[in-house]
Design a protein around this ligand. Structure first.
Ligand code: SAM
Length: 208
């Protein structure tokens, strides 16, 4: 998966089953064009104003998770990350070995159980087959504790080549989330990573 339209894996993805072996292969072959190499700026800005460092945070489809790195640097104590790709998760387990503040799960987000105060969205939604979007919304709602929030960015654009990434727009997302979430922020993102400027929405949605 890659933001730009020239990435070869995208041209093949229509036929692909976007399951564990697909994602594992992307890490194995280092075809990780989505990887920013740093914490996503809008997510960092939100994290910077969180007061309770013990809140329960989940990062699904975490990838190399610069967001978790940042949270740990900021002394957050209850971070859970989950990804379906074994090669990636093995690396993360080595990287964070013996760190009690982060829980690392190899698994499918859709079968995860737990309760979280904050779930962080960073190029996970767009990586999923759009047929899973309603399930994504329901699962996010289920995993959030009362008053819990889903925070992150969603692409506000289409892609010429069928994904991943799969795009969308504000109107479409509004219809998708409105039954399960109140919209605290749902607006064009002003502080995106520079290569994604003017293509993202910042979302802060509260569980209904
Ligand atoms: C486009 S990557 C984004 C990774 C990371 N969030 C980032 O922005 O760098 C999508 C990630 O979702 C993971 N993934 C895809 N389907 C998943 C699922 N059902 N459950 C958990 N992780 C999944 C993939 O392995 C991959 O790491």
């Amino acid at each position: 998966m890659e933001d730009n339209k020239t990435d070869k894996c995208c041209t093949e993805s229509k036929q692909l089953n976007l399951g564990q072996s697909y994602w594992n292969k992307q890490y194995e072959s280092n075809t990780t064009g989505w990887d920013l190499g740093e914490v996503s700026p809008p997510l960092k800005a939100y994290i910077d104003q969180i007061q309770n460092k013990n809140c329960r945070i989940l990062i699904p489809g975490c990838g190399n998770t610069y967001e978790a790195d940042y949270l740990l640097q900021q002394d957050f104590t209850n971070i859970t990350i989950i990804d379906i790709a074994p090669i990636l998760v093995e690396n993360l387990k080595n990287k964070y070995a013996d760190n009690p503040n982060i829980h690392i799960i190899l698994g499918d987000f859709f079968t995860l159980h737990g309760q979280f105060d904050l779930i962080i969205e960073q190029t996970f939604f767009c990586a999923l087959n759009p047929s899973l979007r309603e399930s994504y919304v329901k699962k996010m709602n289920e995993l959030l504790a009362p008053n819990g929030k889903l925070m992150g960015v969603l692409f506000d654009r289409t892609f010429e080549i069928d994904g991943p990434p799969f795009g969308g727009n504000q109107e479409e997302y509004k219809k998708l989330f409105e039954a399960n979430f109140d919209f605290i922020h749902f607006m064009p993102c002003y502080n995106s990573y520079h290569k994604r400027a003017n293509t993202e929405l910042f979302i802060l949605l509260q569980k209904k």
